[in-house]
Design a protein around this ligand. Structure first.
Ligand SMILES: Nc1ncnc2c1ncn2[C@@H]1O[C@H](COP(=O)(O)OP(=O)(O)OP(=O)(O)O)[C@@H](O)[C@H]1O
Ligand SMILES: [Mg+2]
Length: 366
């Protein structure tokens, strides 16, 4: 985990910009330092620049501005065969004329690894992706998900220091995907491999990573360990992109240190934690996670804020209940309650009071 890592920078992006057409910047000002052995995930909407960053780190694209360093050396000065980077890209191109075993053996031959060693490593890598039986086939004789698993094995077979993976599990079903998530993180941590991983799947990002970089519009919006990212989003993009989030609009009335007073648009005044707001009169978007809202307000501490709500919809989801409420003039306020023995099943039309602690209520940019 993060605190075992040495503090030396292994991967560094310094003020990196990228334009493909000499006009529009698709990567705007990227600064990122990764210690050796870190598992970092890039998460963000389509077109936000994730693949472009991986391509620059691999040395396949050059940065328009700034510098990318690997172990202190500019990537532009390291010849491709010396980069020691394992890669799985969105289009997992296997060599079509080689068998699966030959595909995996190839990166080992290039590195002059002896035959018996090669065979052992190929077997281990294929077993890891549950493809041990398929060594003799050619890529065209495999399904898409099987090819993807072979591409993953081929990227890891030579135990590279740095692995770049661009949605490597996209073509797999849920069960296999979860198995592979577990295998990849274990292997990366066991071998001390530094990993940059790209995914669209939030759960994957939160469960696999030491840190997650949330991308939007060519910039990192927040870079943080999963729990900090989910519980302490620094701006409204991150709050709304990661996990489910309730928002209420209002205006800042008072700010002092760790708290602020916000007048919601329906007139109600609440306490919140000022996160990405700076002055009185500013518009703000209040963010509260559904699981931090209580319907049994007695369970909250003395500083809790309570507010009236009307039940609009009750959704039974098995392990939890998801209830939609009208709160402060908005009708998309969600709460989640556990399906425990004594849990209330709210009915549409019911008038209730809900509450939360001010520290869970974050005042962000509107
Ligand atoms: N070779 C290229 N030439 C010109 N523009 C490109 C090229 N590759 C990517 N782009 C543009 O750069 C922007 C960032 O693309 P990129 O592939 O990095 O996004 P991404 O975050 O990986 O998206 P996705 O999640 O859809 O894979 C997009 O607007 C894309 O159209
Ligand atoms: Mg991409």
């Amino acid at each position: 985990m993060a605190n075992d890592l040495s503090s030396d920078a292994f991967v560094e992006f310094e003020r990196v910009q990228k334009s493909y057409d000499g006009e529009n910047l698709v990567v705007k000002d990227l600064n990122l330092t990764m210690p050796k052995g870190e598992f970092l995930t890039m998460l963000g909407p389509s077109g936000s620049g994730k693949t472009t960053c991986l391509m620059m780190l691999a040395g396949f694209e050059t940065a328009t501005h700034g510098e990318i360093k690997l172990d202190g050396i500019s990537i532009n000065n390291i010849p491709p065969h010396k980069r020691g980077i394992g890669m799985v890209f969105q289009n997992y191109a296997l060599f079509p004329h080689m068998t699966i075993a030959e595909n995996l053996s190839f990166p080992l031959e290039v590195r002059k690894i002896g035959k018996s060693d090669r065979e052992a490593k190929v077997k281990r890598a294929l077993d890891m992706v549950q493809m041990g039986e398929f060594g003799g086939r050619r890529p065209a004789q495999l399904s898409g998900g099987q090819q993807q698993r072979v591409a993953l094995a081929r990227a890891l077979v030579f135990e590279p220091e740095l692995v770049l993976m661009d949605e490597p599990l996209g073509a797999l079903d849920k069960q296999l995907r979860e198995h592979m998530q577990f295998e990849i993180t274990n292997l990366a941590h066991d071998l001390g491999i530094t990993t940059v991983y790209v995914t669209h799947d939030q759960t994957e990002a939160l469960t696999m990573s030491d840190r997650v970089a949330v991308f939007n519009d060519g910039r990192i919006q927040q870079l943080a360990p999963p729990d900090a990212l989910y519980e302490e989003p620094e701006n409204s993009f991150v709050a709304q992109f990661i996990g489910e989030n309730n928002t209420l609009l209002g205006t800042i009335k008072e700010i002092s240190g760790e708290t602020c007073l916000v007048q919601l648009d329906d007139g109600e005044v609440i306490d919140a934690r000022p996160v990405n707001v700076s002055k009185v009169g500013e518009r703000t978007l209040i963010s509260i996670r559904p699981e931090r809202v209580e319907i049994d307000t007695d369970r909250l501490g003395p500083n809790a804020h309570t507010i009236p709500a009307e039940v609009l919809e009750f959704i039974y989801m098995g392990d939890i209940f998801r209830t939609r409420l009208r709160v402060a003039g908005r009708d998309d306020f969600i709460i989640k309650t556990r399906n425990s023995q004594d849990q209330r099943k709210l009915k549409p039309g019911e008038q209730i009071r809900i509450g939360w602690m001010p520290r869970d209520c974050r005042a962000l940019d509107a």
